[in-house]
Design a protein around this ligand. Structure first.
Ligand SMILES: Cc1cc2nc3c(=O)[nH]c(=O)nc-3n(C[C@H](O)[C@H](O)[C@H](O)COP(=O)(O)OP(=O)(O)OC[C@H]3O[C@@H](n4cnc5c(N)ncnc54)[C@H](O)[C@@H]3O)c2cc1C
Length: 737
C-alpha cells in the first residue's frame, strides 16, 4: 500500500488532529488557560501542557475530573511569606489561583488577596497515567510516586525560581541567602517548604531521584536544577545563573529535537519528564515510489517491527512443514496471503505510531509534522507538507534524523526498484524478487520472502554481512541457500528496464561482474535495493551553524557526550559516526543525553558490547568482537576460540539438518579468558544473545560459563558446555537423522 504523502496521521476511533502551531500561536498540545474546557479529554491534554503546568486552578475546591485518575492527589503546600513573591501557598481553605503564564512567581497571582497567607491546592500535572484505584498496594504506591514526580516536575516548570527547602528554623540561613541573591538580581524567589507539605518526604525522595541531590535546599532556575546553595552561588559567580535566568526569555523551547524516530523521541520524552519545554520536528520525505508513514521513525514504520513480523510469518510457514512430523494432519493446501499479512502488520504499525504520538501529547511535547532545517544559530525553519514555514528557536538541539535507503544511481533504479521503505507496505505480493546487496537488511528481506514461498535471488557485490564475523556470515548464507535462496556473487546491476507494467510488473536487470567483463541479464517481478543507507544530514543547514559532518560518510562526529562541533547541538542514533545503528542504542543514547542535559546526571551511553541479531530464517546473534576484529585487537595467538555445531531438539523429530546451527565464543587468554566475542546461529538467537550480552557486561569469562548450569533442553545451554577449541581441529559435527 502506498500510504500517501505524509498524510495526516489519524487513528480509527480517536480524536482528529489539531492544526500545527503557527509561529507565535499556541502549538498543538498547548492551550492558554482560557481554553480549559469541561471535557475530560480536554482536561487531560490541558494539564499535560507546559503552559498549564501542575498548579491547577481549583474550581470551587474541586479538581476537574480526569478519566484515568478520578481522585487526583492533592497536596497543600505552605510557603513562607516573602514580600518579593506574589504567588504564595499555605494551608487555609482552597482559593482560586489564576495564572497568566507559566513564567515564575510573577505569573502566579492570587486574586483579591494582599495578605501574606493564602492557599492553593497543588495537584499533579500531566494527567495521572496510572489508574488511581489500583488493586495492589504496590501499584498504588507506584501511582503516588508518579504523582509526586509530576508535582516536582511541574512545580519546577511553573516557577521561574523554585527553591525546595524546609522551614526557616530547620533550614538555617541558606534559603535567606539564596533569596537575597535572587533579590539582588531582581528576580522573585519561591521557597517551597517540604516539612510543610503533606507527604513532603515522598516529594523529597522524588526530587532526589530527579536531581541526584539528597539535601535541601534544592534550587531550580528556569526548569534547570542548579543544585544547593553553594552551587547557586558558584553559578552566580561564573555568570551561569544570569544566563539561565535569561535563557527562558531568549528561546521558544529548551530543546528542539529534529527527527521523531527511536533516538529523537526517547530524548524528547525524557527531557519533558524532567520539566523542559520540548518540541519534536518530524517529517518523512516520501520514497521515490511515494511511500510515507507516520511518527516513530524507521524502527516502528519501516524497520525492526514490520521486519520481525514478516520474519515471524515466514517462520510459521516452516513450523507448518515441521508440524506434519509431529502428527498434525491437514488435507487442505496451505497458502500464504500477502495482502492479509501486510494489512495485519500495517495495522499494528499504525497503532504503534499513533501510540508514539499520544505519548508525546501526554508528556506535553510539542510535535510538529514539518521538515526541520537550521537557518541560523539556535533557530530552525520548519516546513510542512504544504510548504508553509515557521521559525522556532531553542537553547539546545538534538539531531536524530536517521538514515534512508541508498539508490544505485543507475538507469531505472528510482523508477522501478523498491527499498525496505516500500516493501513492508507493498499492497501486492512482490513475486520473483531480486534483492541487491548483502547487508543485514538485504539478507533478512531475502530470507522472509523466501520463507513465504517466493523465488528469491540475492546479488552480492563482495562479502556477506560486512563488519560481522565472516565465518558466521558465510554460515548464514549457506543456511539461506539450503532454504532455496540463490546467490549471485561478485555482480552489480548496471541497468533496470521495465518489460511489463503491473502489480507486480516484470523488470529486466542487466548486471556486470566486479571481477571481469562478464555481463548477465535476469527477469524479475520486483527488484529490492538494500545496498546501504545514507544519513539524513545533507539538507539540515548544518553548514550554516558550523556543525561538522564527515565528508566521506555524511555522518556526524560527536564526543563522548553526543555533542557535535557546536556546543548546544547534539546528535543521537543512526546519524552518529562510528556507532552501532540500532534502535536500542538510539533510545539509550537519547534518554541519557536528556538526563545529562536537564537532570543533573552524568551517565553516558556505553557503545561497547552492544548485542545484535540478524533475523535471517536461521537467526544469527552476536555480541562483542568478530573473530577478525578480536585478532586485530588482541592478536590471534592470544585468542581461545571455542565452538560447536548443535542440533536443536525441536529439529530432531522434524528431521531438519543436524549440522547447520553453530555456537562460538572468542576468549582473551591474556585477560583471564574473558569472553570478548559471542556468536550463535540458530533458532531464537535473539533471545539467547540478549542474556549472554548481560553476562558479558558483567565480565563473563570462560570459567564462569563453565560454572554456569545450563537449562535443558534448550539451544542456549550449548554455551555452558563448550570444550572444543578451533585450534584443536577436533570434529564438531553432530550425528543423527
Ligand atoms: C529494514 C530495517 C530493519 C531494521 N531492523 C532492526 C532491528 O531488528 N533491530 C534494531 O535494533 N534496529 C533495526 N534497524 C535499525 C533501526 O531502525 C535504526 O537504528 C533506528 O530506527 C535509528 O533511530 P534514529 O532515531 O536514529 O532514526 P530514525 O528512526 O530513522 O528516525 C529519524 C526520523 O527523522 C525524520 N527526519 C529526517 N530528517 C528530518 C528533518 N530534516 N526534519 C524532520 N524530520 C526528519 C525521519 O523521517 C525519521 O522519522 C532496522 C533498520 C531497517 C532499515
Amino acid at each position: 500500500m502506498l500510504r500517501g504523502k505524509n498524510r495526516p496521521e489519524r487513528h480509527p476511533g480517536t480524536e482528529s488532529l489539531r492544526p500545527s502551531a503557527a509561529p507565535g500561536s499556541a502549538a498543538p498540545g498547548e492551550h492558554s488557560p482560557a481554553t480549559r474546557t469541561q471535557s475530560n479529554t480536554e482536561h487531560r491534554q490541558v494539564s499535560s501542557s507546559f503552559r498549564d503546568a501542575a498548579i491547577a486552578p481549583t474550581t470551587g475546591g474541586q479538581d476537574p475530573p480526569s478519566p484515568r485518575c478520578p481522585k487526583p492527589l492533592s497536596l497543600h503546600v505552605r510557603v513562607r511569606v516573602c514580600p518579593l513573591v506574589c504567588g504564595l501557598f499555605c494551608s487555609a481553605s482552597p482559593l482560586r489561583l489564576l495564572r497568566t503564564e507559566a513564567r515564575g512567581a510573577d505569573a502566579v497571582r492570587l486574586p483579591g488577596r494582599r495578605s501574606s497567607c493564602s492557599c492553593v491546592r497543588v495537584v499533579p500535572g500531566s494527567g495521572c497515567r496510572r489508574p488511581h484505584a489500583q488493586p495492589s498496594t504496590r501499584r498504588s504506591e507506584e501511582a503516588s510516586t508518579h504523582s509526586f514526580w509530576m508535582l516536582a516536575r511541574d512545580t519546577a516548570r511553573l516557577l521561574r525560581v523554585c527553591v525546595w527547602s524546609v522551614r526557616e528554623e530547620n533550614a538555617g540561613a541558606f534559603p535567606l541567602q539564596v533569596k537575597e541573591l535572587f533579590s539582588s538580581l531582581g528576580v522573585d524567589c519561591n521557597i517551597l517548604e517540604l516539612d510543610q507539605v503533606d507527604e513532603g518526604a515522598s516529594v523529597q525522595e522524588v526530587l532526589s531521584e530527579m536531581t541526584n541531590q539528597r539535601t535541601v535546599p534544592s534550587i531550580f532556575v528556569n526548569r534547570v536544577h542548579v543544585g544547593g546553595c553553594d552551587h547557586t552561588f558558584q553559578a552566580h559567580q561564573s555568570g551561569l545563573l544570569q544566563q539561565l535566568l535569561q535563557q527562558d526569555l531568549a528561546y521558544d523551547y529548551d530543546l528542539i529535537v529534529i527527527g521523531g524516530g527511536s533516538g529523537g523521541l526517547s530524548c524528547a520524552q525524557e527531557a519533558a519528564v524532567l520539566g523542559r519545554k520540548v518540541m519534536v520536528l518530524d517529517f518523512v520525505v516520501p520514497s521515490p515510489r511515494g511511500t510515507a508513514w507516520g511518527l516513530g521513525g524507521t524502527c516502528v514504520n519501516v524497520g525492526c517491527i514490520p521486519k520481525k513480523l514478516m520474519h515471524q510469518a515466514a517462520l510459521l510457514g516452516q513450523a507448518l512443514t515441521d508440524s506434519r512430523k509431529f502428527g498434525w494432519e491437514y488435507s487442505q493446501q496451505v497458502r500464504h496471503s500477502w495482502a492479509t499479512m501486510m494489512e495485519a502488520i500495517q495495522s499494528h504499525v499504525g497503532s504503534l505510531s499513533w501510540g508514539r504520538r499520544l505519548a508525546l501529547r501526554e508528556n506535553a511535547v510539542t510535535y510538529v509534522n514539518s521538515y526541520g532545517e537550521f537557518v541560523e544559530h539556535h533557530k530552525v525553519k520548519a516546513t510542512n507538507e504544504k510548504g508553509q514555514e515557521a521559525l522556532y528557536t531553542a537553547a539546545n538541539f538534538v539531531i536524530a534524523t536517521g538514515q534512508r535507503p541508498r539508490y544505485l544511481g543507475i538507469p531505472g533504479d528510482r523508477e522501478y526498484c523498491i527499498t525496505s521503505d516500500d516493501l513492508f507496505s507493498l499492497p501486492y505480493c512482490p513475486g520473483t524478487t531480486l534483492v541487491v546487496g548483502a547487508s543485514y537488511v538485504a539478507l533478512e528481506c531475502a530470507g522472509f520472502l523466501a520463507g513465504l514461498g517466493l523465488e528469491v535471488t540475492v546479488m552480492v557485490r563482495s562479502v556477506l554481512l560486512r563488519g560481522f564475523d565472516q565465518e558466521m556470515a558465510e554460515k548464514v548464507g549457506a543456511s539461506m541457500q539450503q532454504l532455496g535462496v540463490r546467490f549471485l556473487r561478485k555482480f552489480v546491476p548496471v541497468e533496470v528496464q521495465q518489460l511489463e507494467k503491473g502489480l507486480p510488473g516484470r523488470l529486466k536487470v542487466v548486471a556486470k561482474s566486479t571481477e571481469g567483463t562478464e555481463t548477465m541479464e535476469g527477469v524479475y517481478n520486483t527488484v529490492l535495493l538494500a545496498i546501504g543507507r545514507d544519513s539524513c544530514t545533507k539538507k539540515l543547514g548544518l553548514e550554516k551553524i558550523g556543525v561538522n559532518i564527515s565528508e566521506k560518510t555524511g555522518k556526524i562526529p560527536v564526543n563522548g557526550e553526543e555533542q557535535t562541533s557546536v556546543p548546544y547541538v547534539y546528535a543521537v542514533g543512526d546519524v552518529l559516526e562510528g556507532k552501532p545503528q540500532l534502535t536500542p542504542v538510539a533510545v539509550q543514547a537519547g534518554k541519557l543525553l536528556a538526563r545529562r542535559l536537564f537532570g543533573g546526571r552524568s551517565e553516558k551511553c556505553d557503545y561497547v558490547n552492544v548485542p545484535t541479531v540478524v533475523f535471517t530464517p536461521l537467526e544469527y546473534g552476536c555480541c562483542g568482537y568478530s573473530e577478525e576484529k578480536a585478532g586485530e585487537v588482541c592478536q590471534a595467538e592470544n585468542l581461545g576460540v571455542y565452538h560447536t555445531l548443535f542440533w536443536p531438539l525441536e529439529w530432531t523429530v522434524a528431521c531438519r539438518d543436524n549440522n547447520t546451527c553453530y555456537a562460538k565464543i572468542i576468549c582473551n587468554k591474556l585477560d583471564n579468558d574473558r569472553v570478548i566475542g559471542f556468536h550463535v546461529l540458530g533458532p531464537n538467537a535473539g533471545e539467547i544473545t540478549q542474556g549472554f550480552a548481560a553476562a558479558m557486561k558483567c565480565g563473563l569469562t570462560k570459567q564462569l560459563l563453565d560454572a554456569t548450569i545450563g537449562i535443558h533442553p534448550t539451544c542456549g545451554e550449548v554455551f555452558t558446555t563448550l570444550e572444543i577449541t578451533k585450534a584443536s581441529g577436533l570434529d564438531i559435527t553432530q550425528k543423527g537423522c
